[in-house]
Design a protein around this ligand. Structure first.
Ligand SMILES: [Mg+2]
Length: 238
């Protein structure tokens, strides 16, 4: 039988234990606390370097990687078209012009990736842009298989003659339509203007099997069964 004195001692031991436990919970042992780390050096994010980025773009083009990337996308577009040919339907494909059907590289690199309206207009009027080879092959493949080809471009209506002259000189022959933006158009986004132009073709009974462009704004907005996006790290058209 435990004496009352022994009970008191046990009670004291128990209380002491509880006190220690609660103390530990409130103030964990120093070894359980993360040692504060000395403030790190400020994160050394590299400062963007525009001339270096432009050099990278030139290297991307000149190394042949750009041409390879173009060819790979157009190959997928052509395979898609080939798999979906249907002579029973009134089929069409839609091509953008700049950096899709024609390459403006001399102008792009000539102004070091800037956009100078006067310089650009002179370039368009000269009609010297060369074909983007894989797109020209896709064009010829479509035409040879009874598929209509329509160009829809953000170039303005007053540039129609020069654009048509350039497309023909680059090897595009007998296209089925060339839609340019009206000179007085105040549509802010190419995507809206281009989707509306495709909608008109669909309303004429065309099945637009695919549309090919270098800008997302060439492709969004529907009215095409499939879209294929070419690389263009050189400029952006919203
Ligand atoms: Mg384009």
């Amino acid at each position: 039988m435990m004496t009352s004195r022994r009970r008191s001692i046990w009670l004291l031991v128990l209380l002491a234990g509880l006190l220690v436990a609660s103390e530990l919970t409130a103030h964990p042992h120093p070894s359980a606390v993360l040692t504060p780390v000395a403030p790190a050096e400020p994160c050394a994010e590299p400062v963007p370097d525009l001339p270096a980025l432009k050099d990278q773009l030139v290297a991307y083009h000149d190394s042949g990687r750009y041409a390879d990337d173009l060819r790979a996308v157009v190959a997928r577009a052509r395979a898609y078209l080939e798999a979906h040919l249907d002579p029973a339907r009134k089929q069409a494909i839609v091509l953008d012009v700049d950096e899709t059907s024609l390459s403006n590289w001399p102008e792009i690199v000539g102004v070091r990736f800037g956009y100078e309206r006067a310089s650009w207009n002179r370039w368009v009027e000269r009609a010297e842009a060369l074909a983007i080879g894989p797109t020209l092959e896709l064009y010829n493949f479509a035409k040879a298989n009874g598929v209509a080809v329509f160009f829809i471009t953000g170039r303005r209506e007053h540039q129609r003659a020069a654009t048509a002259r350039n497309l023909a000189a680059a090897g595009y022959a007998d296209w089925d339509g060339l839609t340019l933006k009206p000179d007085d158009s105040d549509v802010a986004f190419a995507a809206i203007y281009k989707a509306a132009a495709r909608k008109r073709l669909v309303e004429q009974g065309y099945q637009i099997v695919l549309t090919l462009g270098d800008q997302q704004s060439d492709l969004s907005g529907g009215f095409a069964d499939a879209t294929f996006k070419l690389p263009n790290p050189f400029y952006r058209v919203p």
